[in-house]
Design a protein around this ligand. Structure first.
Ligand SMILES: NC(=O)c1ccc[n+]([C@@H]2O[C@H](COP(=O)([O-])OP(=O)(O)OC[C@H]3O[C@@H](n4cnc5c(N)ncnc54)[C@H](O)[C@@H]3O)[C@@H](O)[C@H]2O)c1
Length: 347
């Protein structure tokens, strides 16, 4: 099988924690070079994953002819400049979410890549979770009927850390909603096929004193009229987190717990109504028909890398296109605007 030769820009964070271990398992990938602003990180990651080169300047990595694709996993504030440089060097780009600090910047990157003739994909890897794929299929088969309500919750404990780029607006673009809630927004829209239309949100700092919000809640009206409720918190201990997805339709519902995660794990329950669908004045749900959903777990990052590589090899669309990631970012920006103005925002 043809292997895509990869370079990694910003290799010391999520790249080292998850994406490179995933890349090592990919059938169609070969790691050639890594780059990080921190020379120690670059050298360690090169040794750990047996890359040929380690750099502290992205230009040197991009000058290597043999590299066909780059994975950009630097802090968000560097994404735009690095994506432009990669497109100039004619490398295909898999970029971490969010694509850039603002949706407007992300649109510039998308247009630049299109003009340069390089593919641009985004790291919403949770789409590849075996449970999320199974949920998407169940909904597409009509087993839930028409979706009327959805809820997504993604949280962690993120205390003040000196110098952390995620805690300042200028380097992150926002807090818990742009960093975590956006995964719930992405997965719920992806599995349901619905898109947010009107948005209302609240962003606040309830626990921590950094610039960006540590709590953000939003309710959205989808294009079919259903509601989507999103909770994103940096102030719930991991031991207390449930990271739920809930989808309710006119024939059934799905409850997923722990599937919004960096590892394929969690539990999913499916409830399907019997055909009677009569009105039950007793309102007792004692006769719940709960089915566990069974899947085979894999590695979301391996699937992300293989999927992007196959799009290059076969010259097909990338699995997570930039326009969908940019739409997610527009939703997050609408949540922040609504929180400031106290008004609904229509996309
Ligand atoms: N999809 C996911 O699973 C996932 C998870 C975490 C983070 N992310 C995204 O990945 C990106 C990075 O987040 P992180 O958590 O890895 O951050 P991080 O701070 O842990 O790591 C960033 C790395 O980039 C390096 N760096 C700093 N400035 C750089 C520059 N100018 N050029 C190149 N490298 C530079 C740092 O030394 C560090 O090694 C963000 O866009 C974030 O939202 C995605």
């Amino acid at each position: 099988m043809r292997k895509i030769k990869w370079g990694v820009i910003g290799c010391g964070g999520i790249a080292d924690r998850r994406t490179l271990p995933g890349m090592m398992l990919a059938d169609n990938a070969e790691l050639v070079a890594v780059m990080d602003a921190n020379p120690e990180f670059a050298e360690n990651v090169k040794e750990k994953y047996n890359a040929k080169y380690a750099f502290t300047d992205a230009k040197e990595l991009l000058a290597l002819d043999e590299i066909e694709a780059v994975y950009i996993a630097s802090p968000v504030a560097f994404h735009k400049e690095q994506a432009f440089a990669a497109a100039d060097a004619k490398k295909h780009i898999l970029i971490e979410k969010p694509v850039a600090l603002t949706a407007a910047d992300a649109e510039e990157i998308e247009a630049y890549c299109k003009k340069a003739g390089v593919k641009l994909g985004v790291g919403f890897m949770m789409r590849f979770h075996a449970y999320h794929q199974a949920i998407k299929n169940i909904i597409a088969e009509g087993k839930l009927g028409n979706i009327v309500s959805m809820r997504g919750q993604f949280t962690c404990w993120y205390p003040e850390i000196e110098g952390a780029w995620r805690q300042k607006f200028a380097t992150s673009g926002g807090g818990s909603m742009v960093d975590m809630g956006v995964h719930a927004i992405d997965v719920l829209q992806y599995v349901s096929g619905l898109k947010a239309k009107t948005v209302a949100g609240f962003a606040s700092n309830l626990v921590f004193n950094y610039e960006v919000e540590d709590s953000c809640n939003a309710v959205m009206k989808m294009d079919n009229g259903a509601a989507m409720y999103i909770e994103a918190n940096f102030n719930i201990p991991d031991a207390a987190a449930s990271c739920r997805l809930e989808l309710y339709g006119t024939r059934g519902s799905i409850l997923a717990e722990g599937t919004l995660s960096q590892v394929e794990a969690g539990k999913v329950e499916l409830r399907i109504a019997d055909d009677s669908l009569g009105y039950n004045a007793q309102q007792d749900v004692a006769e719940l028909n709960i089915q566990d959903l069974e899947v085979t777990f894999g590695n979301m990052y391996t699937k992300e890398i293989e999927g992007f590589g196959n799009a290059i090899i076969n010259d097909t669309d990338v699995p997570v296109p930039a326009n969908e990631a940019i739409f997610n970012q527009k939703i997050v920006e609408a949540v922040y605007e609504s929180s400031k103005t106290g008004k609904f925002v229509t996309l």
